[in-house]
Design a protein around this ligand. Structure first.
Ligand code: C2E
Ligand code: MG
Ligand code: MG
Length: 719
């Protein structure tokens, strides 16, 4: 009896005697029994107790057995419950009717219990089997749905595909399970149709395992990528002229693959070929051009001062500017391509654009006749970029530098040619920006030096090879020390002390100037704090600062944090900014300087006389000192013009309420001349060259004691 344990049977009969006898007999066989006296109660119990089987009498008052079957079918219970109807002997009509209403078996009264035992067991088992089958079918369907895969059977004789539900989904042909051979062909896109047709036409029982991939176009214009597998190994129906296989929708997979490929080849911001893809295209172009004896040019393009836009207006604006610039370049190239090739141009006959990253674009200018052709395009591009960009309501002016490398004159392979164009670009940047330069052999040496210098500079930052030197500034009023200028030196392990004139411009043209300035601020604040603790206070220490450092967003916080942690007042810090570079970006820099002034820092204009500041500008700037460039001081005793300029600058500065500092004072004559003409402060070798912190301190103590005849201990109170 083990197999019937836990099986329950619902008996519905209005005749209580029959119910009880049946109940007794079946309980003996191990079934648990639920009883109901009519169809309504039976239906309720069916719903609530979900028996494993129902036995229902056909003839009952109220809801009879047929009606019960009908309602029970509508309930659609989760499991399959067999319903056995109990009919009178020879009532074939009722049996047929009950089957129609959903009954699964019948037994006639009076009941033969031996027969009943077998019928019940069979009914329950077969319902369990069909339940399992249905569940496997559901699993299979959902697996097919997940895999977007459905099976087909091809009837070779009638050329018909019989397809499963999922195939109907794939082809969007709701539940239509038969497709003719032609129907299928009609779905296939033009590019693939002949190839697929050839295979499908050949399908026969001799076909070997095969798989096809093609695209189909559905009614709404949707394109799907389909994989069709033809499997003859599992084909039991071969003899009937049927071939089995599956269709799978592999669109997502192929799209993802395509995306990965695209990401690897194209720049995400501009959708232009990226560096690695460009290199491949370039290599192919070289092959093509060598066969056709063609020349072409690479134009390596870079924005001037892009970093400033990014740090000042944010990366969002920076990105949008890149996109807008890309559009401008694309439009120009389109015109150019039309000009050079007319209509039927192959991919290697046209010029094209790539985005190598950041603000670096490159143009491959196809089939030029000579270098002049490249120069003409470079000039056109520069002119186009002189028009302002409107980016998120910001009017942005940007200039570009262009380096040009020529194939085959400058290099015959892709890497070399790219390097040559890049050297020319760096040269263009170093010789004033906003221009184009052709590659020349001399640049090779320069670019090598530049590269090794750049690498060494990065290392120097990591390994703290920089030192700050300090040069005193002396008041002409009483010969006292008013302050010092901090000047950076690079203590190179092999080269010794390297002058900033050699590495500052390089640091400025790379992104190294920002961390370098950060270090200078940390070190200067530390030194001022240390002197302070030794009772040695200068009016101020000047730091030289370049526009890119000023435009770095974190500069304010960095300065304030370092002043605070060194216990130094903001007034002790002076910023020297060179006149000519200040003028380039005056509108951007002005608000930043104003903020520094609000904190209490002072600002000096360095190398005054080398730029073209107008009086009105000077008035607008939040500055307190002008430093006359040393080139005027050098010849002041011999060159009348220089002397006149110096006098005029002093008068001008004083009229604007500014102090004047003369730098590069090397001898007594110069000093006396400047003193006579009311210059306020001097700085130069006459007093001292720049010194390391400790030497500067010693020098200052000595100087003050000489000048003032006081002991060093009293120095602080006198300053
Ligand atoms: P600068 O700011 O105009 O600095 C004055 C330069 O003149 C310094 O050269 C100084 O050593 C030199 N000098 C001082 N007195 C005399 C003199 O009597 N005769 C002559 N012939 N020269 C004198 P240095 O230190 O080589 O700096 C050169 C330039 O490098 C500086 O010009 C400044 O623009 C830049 N620089 C130096 N240190 C820094 C720094 O820490 N940060 C930045 N951003 N730039 C710096
Ligand atoms: Mg300076
Ligand atoms: Mg200077």
């Amino acid at each position: 009896m083990g197999q019937v344990v836990n099986k329950s049977i619902l008996i519905i009969d209005d005749d209580i005697d029959i119910r009880q006898i049946l109940s007794l007999k079946l309980k003996k066989l191990g079934y648990s029994i639920i009883e109901a006296e009519d169809g309504n109660v039976g239906l309720q119990k069916l719903k609530n107790e979900m028996p494993d089987m129902v036995m229902v009498d056909v003839n009952m008052p109220g809801m009879d057995g047929f009606e019960f079957c009908e309602h029970a079918a509508k309930l659609k219970p989760e499991k399959h419950i067999p319903i056995m109807v109990m009919t009178a002997q020879d009532d074939q009509g009722s049996v047929n009717r009950a089957y129609e209403k959903g009954a699964t078996d019948f037994i006639t009264k009076p009941i033969n219990y031996t027969k009943l035992e077998h019928r019940i067991r069979f009914s329950i088992r077969s319902s369990e089997t069909s339940e399992k089958l249905a569940s496997r079918e559901r699993q299979l369907l959902s697996a097919q749905k997940i895999a977007k895969m459905g099976e087909w059977i091809y009837d070779i004789k009638n050329m018909e595909f019989h397809c499963s539900d999922e195939v109907a989904n794939i082809f969007n042909i709701s539940k239509q399970r038969v497709m003719s051979h032609d129907d299928l062909i009609n779905y296939i896109v033009d590019e693939d149709v002949n190839r697929v047709k050839a295979v499908l036409d050949q399908i026969s029982i001799e076909t070997t395992n095969d798989s096809l991939e093609y695209s189909i176009k559905l009614d709404a214009g949707v394109i799907k990528r389909i994989r069709q597998i033809i499997d003859v190994n599992t084909n039991d129906r071969i003899k009937e002229g049927m071939i089995f296989g599956v269709f799978q929708d592999v669109s997502d997979l192929r799209n993802a693959e395509q995306k990965v490929k695209t990401l690897a080849l194209y720049d995400r911001l501009t959708d232009l070929p990226n560096r690695s893809f460009f290199k491949r295209l370039l290599a192919k172009k070289i092959l093509f051009s060598s066969r056709h004896a063609q020349q072409f040019a690479l134009l390596d393009i870079n924005f001037d001062n892009f970093m400033r836009i990014n740090s000042n207006l944010g990366h969002n604006v920076g990105d949008k500017l890149i996109i807008a610039a890309c559009e401008r370049l694309k439009n120009m190239l389109r015109d150019h391509n039309e000009l050079i090739s007319g209509q039927d141009q192959g991919v290697f006959e046209t010029s094209f654009l790539a985005h190598l990253g950041g603000d670096n674009f490159i143009i491959l200018l196809s089939d030029i006749k000579n270098a002049d052709d490249a120069a003409i395009v470079a000039r056109r591009i520069s002119a186009k970029f002189s028009e302002a960009f409107d980016i998120l309501n910001n009017e942005i002016h940007i200039s570009i530098s262009i380096g040009i490398g020529l194939y085959p004159d400058d290099a015959k392979n892709a890497d070399e040619l790219l390097k040559k164009a890049s050297s020319a670009l760096h040269y263009a940047k170093e010789t004033g920006k906003n221009c184009y330069r052709f590659y020349t052999k001399e640049m090779n040496v320069l670019s090598f030096q530049r590269l090794s210098m750049e690498t060494a500079l990065r290392k120097a930052l990591e390994q703290e090879e920089f030192v700050l030197y300090y040069q005193p500034k002396i008041s002409l009023l009483d010969n006292s020390i008013t302050g010092a200028e901090a000047l950076i030196r690079w203590n190179h392990p092999e080269m010794g002390l390297v002058s900033p004139a050699e590495f500052i411009p390089l640091a400025e043209s790379t992104d190294l100037i920002v961390p370098m300035t950060d270090w200078i601020i940390v070190e200067a604040c530390r030194q001022i704090g240390e002197w302070h603790r030794n009772d040695f206070q200068l009016e101020s220490v000047a730091i030289n600062i370049t526009p890119s450092s000023l435009l770095d967003k974190s500069i304010h916080d960095h300065v304030l944090n370092n002043l605070r942690s060194a216990g130094v007042q903001a007034a002790r810090l002076d910023f020297e900014i060179t006149e000519s570079v200040l003028m380039e970006d005056v509108d951007l820099i002005l608000p930043i300087l104003e903020e520094f002034k609000e904190y209490g820092c002072s600002i000096s204009i360095d190398d005054f006389g080398t730029g073209y500041s107008s009086l009105s500008y000077l008035k607008r700037l939040p500055i307190s000192k002008l430093k006359i460039d040393q080139s005027f001081i050098r010849e002041i005793m011999h060159d009348n013009d220089d002397a006149i300029i110096v006098n005029a600058v002093i008068a001008l500065a004083h009229s604007l309420g500014l102090k004047v500092i003369a730098e590069g004072v090397e001898d007594k004559d110069q000093l006396e001349y400047l003193a006579q003409h009311n210059c306020d402060v001097v700085q130069g070798y006459y007093y001292s060259c720049p010194l390391v912190g400790k030497d500067f301190y010693d020098w200052a103590i000595q100087h003050e004691s000489e000048v003032l005849g006081k002991e060093p201990a009293n120095l602080a109170s006198l300053l």
